[in-house]
Design a binder for this molecule. Structure first.
Ligand SMILES: O=C(O)c1cc(=O)[nH]c(=O)n1[C@@H]1O[C@H](COP(=O)(O)O)[C@@H](O)[C@H]1O
Length: 250
């Protein structure tokens, strides 16, 4: 099994639950379903961060959670560097920014993270093309020629050159990108769905095992867990499927 984003190969480090809730109370109610010994890897995105704030994130880290802070920063280099500096010392493991902000922006982000927190800094993940984007949207709405796959590759190259620690892409591209760029590039894949599950706004979706087979290091799963009747059971099912896929790889 490939090394995980936290630097070891615990199964729980391969699935991050996206806490896409409006208020911290809802997120905390969900997390109380797990025992203290089995804390899941969690992702805090913009919705919750905007209401709950940095101190709450710090308290999660203090309570022993591995936190992925998904702010998808995208602005001029100076502004993004400032944003990164503001959150670099929260103790989160991962932080996202958009590769489409360009190499100067990504380099400024990296420098800011290193300067603020050194080795304790969050690993930076460059989001390539969102999993809600398909070829039609890319070509017709965004006027970017070519396929989503081409664009993901292009942005992943840019991210690698800017010394990002990893990328976010769909499971459909993960193995291909690793083959083209480097197996060392952390590859994080949202858009995870079990067979027959509602895809919602996601366009490039995959099952957990297909994503792991495809070389994904960390799966991001939101609604299939948070909206399940039994979120812990849904999470455990995904972990089992990740484990089975991982065993096949060895
Ligand atoms: O960076 C992300 O986490 C992300 C990138 C991407 O391309 N697509 C994507 O869905 N995400 C996030 O992954 C989660 C997916 O949620 P579900 O579709 O509910 O499983 C959400 O929190 C999204 O913000």
């Amino acid at each position: 099994m490939a090394e995980t984003v936290t630097g070891h190969s615990a199964l729980r480090d391969r699935v991050a639950i996206a806490l896409d809730f409006p208020m911290r109370e809802e997120a905390e109610a969900l997390l109380r379903r797990w025992s203290d010994r089995e804390k899941p890897y969690i992702k805090v995105g913009m919705q919750l961060f905007y209401t709950a704030g940095p101190d709450w994130v710090k308290s999660l880290v203090h309570d022993g959670y591995s936190v992925f802070l998904d702010l998808k920063l995208h602005d001029i280099p100076h502004t993004v560097a400032g944003g990164v500096a503001s959150v670099a010392r929260l103790g989160v493991k991962l932080l996202t920014l958009h590769a489409a902000g360009g190499s100067q922006m990504m380099k400024a982000a990296r420098e800011a993270a290193v300067e603020a927190a050194g080795e304790e800094r969050p690993r930076l993940l460059a989001v390539t093309q969102l999993t809600s984007t398909d070829d039609r949207m890319l070509n017709e709405e965004l006027a970017i020629p070519g396929t989503v796959r081409d664009s993901v590759l292009n942005l992943a190259h840019l991210a690698k050159q800017a010394e990002m620690d990893g990328i976010v892409c769909s499971g459909e591209e993960a193995a291909w990108i690793k083959g083209k760029i480097s197996t060392e590039l952390l590859t994080v894949t949202p858009g995870i769905r079990l067979e027959g599950e509602a895809t919602g706004d996601q366009k490039r979706v995959m099952t957990p095992e297909a994503a792991i087979d495809g070389g994904s290091d960390l799966l991001v799963v939101g609604r299939p867990i948070t909206r399940a009747e039994d979120p812990v059971a849904a999470y455990e099912t995904i972990l089992e499927r990740v484990e089975r896929a991982g065993r096949k790889q060895i």
